[in-house]
Design a protein around this ligand. Structure first.
Ligand code: SF4
Length: 437
């Protein structure tokens, strides 16, 4: 029996692609092992979003090579795509594989790594039309909620971001394939599909038969191929009233929007090349909150961008503080070689960035608590996860508005949607509730 092992770094898109490689290999009779001297193939799916992520990717590769001395070693992902030279310095890597070839890794491995399905590293060529390279079947991870990558790449070139260089221009999965994959997931018992991508709001713009994320969501809402869908994230300038309305209780979209704000200061937003200002963002969040008062609104904040003054940081802080935001993801700025911001002057001192991030993380806790409070004693639907909560052993349900609620109940409700009422919030913000009749 041939075995493989995959280590994944980075974002949900990488995780989806690793799951796709794993399920394609399992279909071919390979076994997902735990790693070790008997492993035949190891795959490391790397990340390049920060310089730390690149370093962690190289450390992971070295460690895996040590722990799997007899395995063929395949390295892929954003770090492999953007900095293959640094990987060539590491001994015992057999293949550095570009993003476009990820869906061919299983064929290569299953042909016992011969030359019939060679893996060729290609640089991203933005001058040529790109194609969406997906997996032929729906990707099923080991979670109750399934991810579906419907879009890849980005054309926005925000000045701090390495992603357009790593993943090329925006490409979309054909609409028919989107439906085919969602239906496969529904047939396998998934109740929720998370539509993911690098810049999901650009969905459909590259297709021969032009479409848009709103059009796709409208069609999904009409056809109902699965119980509910969630958007992994969406840019502020790509949310509109139509999309928000699709998250009303009678519709299919979860009332949860994850929106990269990055900065609440207009000058910093310009330097980041983000096409909106703080007033636009404020109006957009208020529109969501007016239409959907219980919706979860998460934001990303990028702290310590070159030249960010105390006052500019305060602008970000007070914008978020003033809005009905439910949670924050806080990222310290990290210059990525190859991006414009890497060369910007007035870099912010590391300790200042740390202090600002710490302040934002305190705000995150305040926001989370306020969001939990408005949800207390409100009856809502929750999808019970297939595994219990690790700490308490209780059932763990996720609501449409992305609240995790722990419940007492039988395990035969795993994977089912049931009514629940959040009743109590612990000091660590764990929410407990009861199953409602
Ligand atoms: S929209 Fe900006 S931040 Fe997002 S992937 Fe594209 S370039 Fe990067």
């Amino acid at each position: 029996m041939k075995t493989f092992f995959i280590q994944t770094l980075g974002c949900k898109v990488n995780q989806y692609e690793s799951d796709g490689i794993a399920s394609s290999l399992e279909e071919k009779g390979w076994v997902y092992g735990k790693g070790g001297s008997n492993t035949d193939v190891v795959i490391i799916n790397t990340c390049a979003v920060t310089s730390k992520a690149g370093m962690q990717s190289r450390q992971a590769i070295r460690k895996i090579i040590r722990e799997n001395p007899n395995a063929e070693v395949i390295v892929t992902g954003c770090h492999a795509q953007t900095d293959p030279e640094s990987l060539k310095k590491i001994d015992h890597i057999d293949h550095i594989v570009c993003h476009k070839d990820k869906n061919r890794i299983a064929d290569h491995v299953a042909s016992t790594c011969d030359d019939q399905f060679p893996l060729i590293f290609k640089k991203i060529d933005r001058t040529k039309a790109n194609a969406f390279d997906g997996f032929p079947h729906a990707v099923k991870g080991d979670m109750t909620r399934a991810y579906l990558k419907i879009q890849d790449g980005c054309d926005a070139f925000c000045t701090y971001c390495i992603v357009p260089y790593a993943r090329g221009s925006s490409v979309s999965m054909l609409k028919d394939e989107v439906f085919q994959h969602i239906r496969e997931l529904d047939d396998s018992g998934y109740k929720e599909v998370i539509l993911t991508g690098i810049h999901v709001g650009m969905y459909g713009l590259d297709l021969k038969e032009k479409s848009s994320i709103l059009e796709l969501l409208n069609q999904i809402n009409q056809e109902r191929p699965v119980y509910r869908v969630r958007l992994s994230s969406i840019e502020p300038f790509e949310i509109n009233e139509g999309i928000i309305n699709l998250a009303r209780p009678e519709n299919i979209l979860c009332d949860h929007f994850h929106i990269p704000l990055q900065s609440g200061d207009d000058d910093i937003l310009k330097k980041m090349k983000r096409p909106y200002d703080s007033i636009f963002f404020k109006d957009m969040v208020q529109m969501i909150h007016t239409i959907l008062p219980f919706a979860s609104i998460g934001v990303d904040a990028l702290i310590g961008f070159p030249s960010e003054t105390d006052k500019q940081f305060e602008n970000t802080y007070s914008l978020i503080e003033s809005l009905p935001i439910s949670y924050l993801h806080v990222f310290p700025f990290s210059g990525r070689k190859g991006t414009p911001a890497y060369h910007f002057d007035e870099k912010i001192n590391e300790n200042t960035i740390k202090d600002r991030c710490a302040k934002m993380r305190v705000l995150d806790k305040i926001k989370r608590k306020a969001f939990i409070d408005i949800n207390m004693n409100q009856k809502q639907e929750g999808l019970v996860q297939n595994k219990p909560d690790k700490k308490t052993g209780m059932l763990k349900a996720i609501t449409s508005n992305y609240l995790t609620v722990l419940l007492n109940g039988p395990t035969d409700v795993y994977g089912k949607v049931l009514d629940l009422v959040p009743e109590q919030c612990d000091s660590d913000l764990t929410v407990r509730g009861r199953i409602s009749e």
